[in-house]
Design a protein around this ligand. Structure first.
Ligand SMILES: C[S@@+](CC[C@H](N)C(=O)[O-])C[C@H]1O[C@@H](n2cnc3c(N)ncnc32)[C@H](O)[C@@H]1O
Length: 141
């Protein structure tokens, strides 16, 4: 509801909302059509038996790769240390598809330009959590 009121207040004309599974929408968009995909503070599913529910997994990452334009960016943020380790391991398996755009620690410790601060991130920072930011560029085929 809050998103809808922001769209109305800002008279935004380039926003589409889908109430449901984000992966359903992603499956429907044409291949190689997206410049950016953001995955911001996905649910961590901390229990071992729920790990397969995490968005950072092989199925969603293959799908995001298919939908990004070559050179497009997949951007992922989290404040959850366990999820962070999991994400780095999974992305290591996908290094044939994505380049991690990172040259120094500062690159994942500060929010890159054009990256919006979400409500969850603001709350995490108020609680004193560190937040980590990852930019992965889709490789050409
Ligand atoms: C921790 S919240 C973060 C919300 C927001 N991205 C932010 O940073 O403020 C995680 C959100 O992901 C949503 N979510 C989890 N799995 C989803 C899926 N498959 N499709 C769409 N939303 C999903 C949950 O409903 C929840 O609102």
């Amino acid at each position: 509801a809050q998103a809808l009121s922001h769209v109305r207040e800002g008279a935004l004309r380039n926003v589409r909302l889908h109430m449901g599974d984000a992966l359903e929408i992603l499956r429907r968009v044409p291949d190689k059509s997206l410049a950016f995909v953001y995955l911001l503070h996905p649910d961590p599913w901390p229990k071992a038996r729920h790990v397969k529910r995490r968005m950072m997994n092989d199925g969603p990452l293959d799908l995001i790769h298919a939908k990004l334009k070559p050179g497009g960016e997949f951007r992922f943020g989290t404040d959850h240390p366990v999820y962070l380790c999991h994400a780095l391991m999974v992305m290591q398996r996908h290094r044939h598809q994505y380049n991690w755009l990172c040259e120094a620690a500062a690159d994942f410790q500060s929010r890159p330009g054009g990256w919006p601060e979400t409500r969850y991130e603001a709350k995490a920072r108020r609680l004193g959590h560190e937040v980590w930011y990852f930019r992965y560029q889709r490789k050409p085929d």
